[in-house]
Design a protein around this ligand. Structure first.
Ligand SMILES: Nc1nc2c(c(=O)[nH]1)N[C@H]1C(S)=C(S)[C@@H](COP(=O)(O)OP(=O)(O)OC[C@H]3O[C@@H](n4cnc5c(=O)[nH]c(N)nc54)[C@H](O)[C@@H]3O)O[C@H]1N2
Ligand SMILES: Nc1nc2c(c(=O)[nH]1)N[C@H]1C(S)=C(S)[C@@H](COP(=O)(O)OP(=O)(O)OC[C@H]3O[C@@H](n4cnc5c(=O)[nH]c(N)nc54)[C@H](O)[C@@H]3O)O[C@H]1N2
Ligand code: SF4
Ligand SMILES: [Mo]
Length: 745
């Protein structure tokens, strides 16, 4: 007998609602939930393979603990004993910073990842925090921090209503979108065109998204900031600047005009390899459109001018009056956001409050660059202690971050490492303890992160579709117990972590004059929380305190967990609406258009005008049926065009003697790899492309299918020294490489 259950898909940022078919405890099918308030039935091949991803036989079922050099199956009790015994002595002897924490991408796709790591980090008191953000979107956080005073205030393009979309370094037809949560991104782009709108794509590759566009501009990688600065310059020069409703909230408009004055289209054209007249056309088109949104993603972030480009994306939206207006780019309002405070000056955003020990990289948002993780482990300095113990949660930096070979060795040298990971993979194989979370079907789901980035305000929650298998532990409990073991409270009841957070949050809320619960008794409020588990009680609390919440009785129609559970397809909270000035938390209480760190970084961009372009540079690419480093083990999602090949333009291939299908050696600053060539005019001249997340040929892993077609690790071409200086983000695109065909024997 089969049954169905609803489950939000955790496999990418689109957060589609799925209807799972379940036989016994096994997921045997998945289709799009047509009644889902947000995704309305959309599904992609990854979602359709939910059952195969979920039921992968290589997923670990029990904890592993290293004994006599070997990882062996162990009980949960033994595993947490080993964690406490591994971490506490390091903290006590060498101090908190000698324990590193690495948080990988799936943390934004699980409830556990949203609710527990902050408690772990605060409890440890370590500054050695590294996350996937610094190989991804940290430049956007920094630009938002500087402009709006809040690193998490990221405006999202109003896909459903815009007349004009300028996409920079994003390929949502493969990625399904990022920092812009939209189920059926492809359908939304087609709808934009159908209503007479314009789509422009800037990408050195002619991607599937580019093919859909009215105009595709194959820019030279790494030069978007120059192009965007020139667009801003044109807006000022041609008197096209009209910030509209956001005008009263701006500071520094004149200074901004001055700062971009010398970035004329003529000045940047050679560096970008984009005609000056085309740059003017782009700027005018943006200004003339009834509504427009500029949106930049991976290709605008993981480059040397990542923060400048991210900042300029917002600057262009602001200058054309498109920030915070329907059809432009707006700030979503999620159900678990904090109660909005009245507008006014805030604490502002600060960068570089501390620096990394070895290279002196500034922190950003409390994080150090993931690129610097290896050196923070393997390099002694007089400045302090290296990292000697590591907690990795849902992270595979050996493949995701620059120079995996060095990181491999560094991880091996640690006194202790624990990985919370369902797989024994390139990174977790170094751990002394591996704590495997249950598969997604056995986990609850709520998108704390992506609802703050969604093109429509809405809220959904899925309880586990399948009960926890015997011997399994919920990931929320794993992280709670890990937190206790790592912070000297080993063995305490894991609900203590939830109670602590609930006590602190309610304690603050009752003291806050703007909170709906001001003046009430936190214990009385805590007693009202519903939910079967600690995480559910925390979700209930956040919903009730949030902008749509019932305020613990003060707004009886408001949201709480019970109401959400009564709406299994979710609750729609309406389109994005203008919110300024409320989201601003800068010290001035205004949008600070030209913040000092940007001023200080602009000379570097000016130097970029003079730089001779590299002969050959590397960019990445994503494939629809893949996801970063961990989905190559699912047979249904591999093969076909999802392969680790080097895309190269026919003219470059000809010039370098590279034949289609033949192996090519690619050399970069961090090493070399050999991959088969795929000659295609889908990349521009002077650019080659390799996907990331491959290289599954290391010993000691348990990825049986991935190992049959391992591919190569593109990040081995990087040595970790190339960073966007303001954000510490790794430069993964536009990296100089050399090619050589492998001599035939
Ligand atoms: N060259 C190049 N490199 C890149 C990129 C690029 O474009 N080019 N992209 C970068 C980007 S955007 C990102 S986000 C990073 C991603 O890099 P990482 O943060 O390392 O993420 P993944 O590669 O997705 O690996 C995720 C890990 O989490 C595990 N995992 C999967 N599901 C769960 C779960 O439910 N719970 C737990 N605890 N673990 C789970 C997987 O087994 C895997 O070990 O890669 C970056 N690296
Ligand atoms: N199928 C699939 N979906 C995913 C993922 C996945 O691995 N697979 N990963 C998820 C994650 S973690 C993220 S962060 C998102 C990323 O979502 P996207 O940003 O949409 O990801 P990409 O497909 O890598 O698109 C980046 C594009 O930038 C282009 N590019 C490279 N360098 C430059 C440059 O200098 N300038 C410009 N203008 N373009 C450049 C590349 O050619 C590429 O087409 O996708 C998410 N969704
Ligand atoms: S688009 Fe993303 S969220 Fe939707 S089904 Fe595919 S992988 Fe899942
Ligand atoms: Mo990412």
């Amino acid at each position: 007998m089969s049954r169905t259950a609803l489950r939000i898909c955790p496999l990418c940022e689109a957060t589609c609602g799925l209807t799972l078919t379940i036989e016994g405890t096994k997921v045997t099918g998945a289709r799009g939930d047509r009644e889902d308030v947000f995704s309305k039935g959309f599904i992609c091949p990854k979602g359709a393979s939910f059952g195969a991803v979920d039921g992968d036989p290589d997923r670990l079922r029990t904890p592993l603990v290293r004994r006599d050099g070997e990882l062996r199956e162990a009980t949960w009790e033994e595993a947490f004993d080993a964690v406490a015994a591994g971490i506490r002595p390091v903290v006590e002897r060498y101090g908190a910073n000698s324990v590193g924490v690495v948080l990988g991408n799936p943390n934004v796709h699980t409830m556990a990842g949203a609710l527990y790591p902050t408690v772990l980090i605060a409890g440890l008191g370590t500054r050695s925090l590294f996350t996937a953000s610094t190989v991804d979107q940290m430049p956007k956080h920094v630009s938002s921090g500087l402009l709006y005073g809040d690193a998490n205030a990221i405006p999202v393009p109003d896909l459903d209503h815009t007349d004009h979309l300028l996409l920079i370094g994003a390929n949502p037809l493969e990625s399904n979108g990022s920092l812009c949560t939209a189920a059926d991104f492809p359908g939304k782009l087609k709808a934009l065109k159908a209503r007479g709108g314009t789509l422009t794509v800037i990408d050195p590759r002619r991607t599937r998204t580019a093919k859909l566009a009215d105009r595709h501009i194959a820019i030279r990688p790494g030069t978007d900031a120059l192009l965007l600065a020139a667009m801003a310059q044109v807006l000022f020069e041609e008197l096209l600047v009209d910030p509209g409703e956001s005008a009263p909230h701006l500071e520094g408009l004149e200074e901004l005009a001055e700062a971009v004055r010398d970035f004329t289209p003529e000045a940047v054209t050679a560096a970008c390899d984009v005609d000056a007249s085309l740059i003017r056309t782009l700027a005018r088109g943006l200004a003339a459109a009834p509504t427009a949104a500029v949106y930049g993603r991976i290709g605008s972030c993981t480059v040397p001018y990542g923060t400048l480009a991210s900042w300029l994306v917002d600057v262009l939206n602001i200058l054309t009056g498109n920030l915070d207006r329907p059809g432009g780019a707006l700030f979503p309002q999620a159900a678990t956001d904090r109660t909005p405070r009245p507008a006014g000056p805030g604490h502002g955003f600060q960068l570089a409050r501390w620096h990394s020990r070895v290279s002196g990289h500034p922190e950003a948002k409390g994080e150090l660059p993931l690129s610097a993780l290896a050196e923070e482990i393997d390099t002694a300095t007089t400045e302090g202690e290296p990292i000697r113990a590591l907690v990795a949660v849902a992270a595979n930096p050996v493949l995701s971050a620059p120079d995996g070979d060095r990181l491999d060795k560094a991880l091996d040298s640690l006194d202790f490492m624990v990985s919370v990971d369902p797989y024994l993979n390139e990174t977790s194989r170094h751990a002394d303890v591996v704590l495997p979370p249950p598969p997604p079907s056995q986990s609850p789901h709520h998108d704390f992160a992506f609802n703050t980035l969604a093109v429509r305000n809405q809220v959904r929650y899925s309880r586990p579709a399948v009960p926890l298998e015997p011997g399994r532990m919920a990931e929320t409990e794993i992280l709670a117990r890990l937190t206790l073991a790592a912070t000297g409270m080993h063995g305490a009841d894991p609900s203590a972590v939830d109670d602590l957070v609930i006590g602190q949050t309610l304690g603050k809320a009752v003291k806050d004059p703007h909170s709906p619960v001001h003046g009430r008794d936190p214990r009385e409020l805590a007693a009202q929380l519903t939910g079967e588990t600690g995480p559910e009680r925390r979700l209930d609390m956040m919903l009730r305190l949030g902008p749509y919440g019932d305020g613990f009785g003060t707004r009886p129609d408001g949201l709480g967990l019970a109401r959400l559970l009564a709406h299994p397809h979710g609750i729609d909270l309406g389109p994005l609406r203008p919110r300024l000035p409320q989201p601003l938390k800068t010290r001035s209480g205004r949008i600070e258009l030209l913040p000092q760190p940007i001023v200080d970084d602009l000379p570097r961009l000016r130097e970029g005008l003079k730089r001779r372009p590299d002969e050959l540079v590397l960019v990445g690419r994503r494939h629809l049926r893949s996801n970063n480093s961990w989905m190559h083990n699912v047979p249904a999602l591999t093969g076909g065009t999802n392969r680790c090949t080097l895309h190269i333009h026919p003219e470059d291939a000809e010039r370098l003697g590279v034949r289609d299908g033949a192996p090519v050696r690619v050399k970069g600053a961090g090493g070399e790899v050999t991959a088969p060539a795929e000659v295609t005019d889908g990349v521009r001249r002077g650019v080659v492309s390799l996907p990331h997340g491959w290289g599954h040929d290391r010993p000691g892993t348990r990825l049986s299918h991935a190992a049959t077609d391992p591919g190569v690790n593109v990040n081995q071409l990087l040595d970790g020294s190339l960073l966007d200086p303001l954000s510490g983000n790794a430069v993964l695109n536009g990296v100089p490489v050399e090619l050589a065909p492998v001599a035939a024997r």
